[in-house]
Ligand binder design. Structure first.
Ligand code: UD1
Ligand code: MN
Length: 431
């Protein structure tokens, strides 16, 4: 179907092109009246030659394009056949949030570039803001993406103190509407959520597809995220793109959500600050997400609703994974809560304790993963600042923490920044 269409388009282009060529050759000389018929004849012969040469060239081009499309289709099909049976027929749409940034094309280009199968991963762009230029840019993708538009563009009443945060109200309204569309109108059972300022990694789709069965199987999980909040170059193990963790901190920024979870959220969906709201214990209910060592997304949204400081100081340093990890072929059952809590958490508390100062000065002698202990909020803040980690909390949960443990890579070794073994849970007063 697509091949036929491409042939047609190329054919049409050719006809247009030849007409232009014809018109430009068909230049009637204004002076010199006597040998007009002769000259004209010559010109027609030249024109005919030109046209047939171009025709031959275009045929070669069309055949080349057909060949490329055939190869791409074959590759997609064989890739699909190689998938484990239970994943072959899974359909997971990617919902892209857009508003008024025409750079959504950068995001769409990277999604389309790495999408193994358009039928398995339909891309649906939901546009807010009624911005014509952005809409036109999205429509240029033709049937590679679908476009839906958030219909309610009415002004939102915002408390005076929060006037400057109106953008967050709009984002929340858009999210609520678009997710309802995905789950209740289009009836999808799982969605990957992407924002218009994200680049994705080559194995972005493979990562989500591989994690999908784990998300369904383990009810203590409520999201799969492509983002590592501490994913800066110097804090990740570049050689371990396969590493994946559980986290109690909702990372967002490229994440997968199921209809089941949405059924729990949509009725009380907030008017603003949806991501902080979702991190509240009332919503999280003790559930965790999966996050990678190496981010599968990176944001290029320097200017947006929040100020650019966070971008300049932090976001722009997040390292995007470049290597393809065949997640759908890996055994990922170690991520299931019982296995993980027995194995990973136990290992953390068996690891030797070191001082963060020694770690910083590279004075640690162990070759194995080590542990740094924190007891108070202030201690946590000091250590993270000194080591260059994110130092903030949301609802008392430090970024990337699992049971209070923040795991990262530092000067060639794995480090667990962990509370004492008698940890009693997160304290929402830590902020
Ligand atoms: C930050 C978060 C973002 C979250 C948002 C809501 C980071 C890096 N980003 O947004 O994940 O969703 O807070 O609390 O932490 N948009 C609309 N309508 C608007 C304005 C924006 O739909 O009126 C869309 C944008 O197209 C984009 C998304 O909302 O897809 C986020 O907007 P952006 O401007 O990137 O805000 P951030 O500050 O990054
Ligand atoms: Mn953004």
């Amino acid at each position: 179907m697509r091949i036929k269409r491409t042939t047609l388009i190329l054919g049409l282009l050719f006809i247009i092109w030849s007409s232009i060529l014809y018109l430009s050759y068909y230049h009637y000389p204004a002076h010199n009246n006597n040998d007009i018929p002769n000259k004209l004849n010559k010109q027609i012969v030249i024109l005919e030659q030109g046209i047939s040469e171009e025709f031959a060239k275009n045929n070669v081009m069309i055949r080349g394009a057909q060949k490329i499309l055939e190869i791409k289709k074959e590759r997609e099909q064989s890739q699909n056949k190689l998938l484990p049976k239970e994943l072959q027929n899974v359909k997971i749409p990617v919902l892209v949030f857009a508003c008024n940034r025409i750079t959504v094309t950068r995001c769409l280009d990277s999604l389309i570039q790495y999408r193994p199968d358009p039928d398995q991963f339909p891309i649906i762009v939901s546009q807010d803001c009624d911005h014509e230029e952005t809409k036109t840019a999205i429509q240029k993708y033709g049937n590679q993406v679908s476009l839906i538009q958030q219909p309610d563009q009415s002004d939102i009443q915002v408390p005076p103190k929060e006037k400057k945060f109106k953008g967050y109200f709009k984002i929340a309204r858009h999210y609520g509407w678009a997710l309802n569309q995905m789950f209740f109108n289009f009836n999808f059972s799982t969605v990957i959520i992407v924002e218009d300022d994200l680049d994705v990694a080559p194995d972005f789709f493979e990562y989500f597809l591989g994690m999908y069965p784990i998300l369904l199987k383990d009810s203590s999980l409520w999201c799969i995220s492509a983002w590592n909040d501490n994913g800066k170059e110097g804090l990740v193990d570049i050689k371990r793109p396969d590493l994946v963790y559980r986290t109690d901190f909702f990372p967002g920024l490229g994440w997968m959500l199921t209809k089941n979870v949405w059924l729990d959220l949509y009725k009380k969906w907030p008017r603003a600050y949806w991501d902080d709201w979702i991190r509240d214990p009332l919503q999280r209910k003790g559930r965790s997400c999966i996050r990678p060592e190496l981010s599968r997304t990176r944001t290029f949204g320097k200017t947006g609703v929040s100020n650019g400081m966070f971008f300049e100081k932090h976001l722009k340093f997040i390292k995007l994974n470049e290597e393809f990890v065949p997640f759908t072929k890996l055994n990922l059952t170690y991520l299931i809560k019982d296995n993980y809590d027995n194995d990973f958490v136990k290992k953390v508390y068996q690891s030797p304790v070191v001082k963060y100062e020694d770690l910083r000065m590279d004075k640690v002698e162990y070759d194995v993963p080590v542990r740094v202990t924190y007891k108070t909020k202030d201690e946590y803040k000091t250590i993270t600042k000194k080591l260059g980690l994110m130092d903030d909390f949301k609802s008392g949960v430090p970024r990337t923490a699992y049971k209070g443990i923040v795991t990262f890579h530092y000067k060639g070794r794995m480090v667990h920044l962990a509370p004492t073994a008698n940890w009693k849970g997160y304290d929402v007063a830590w902020s």
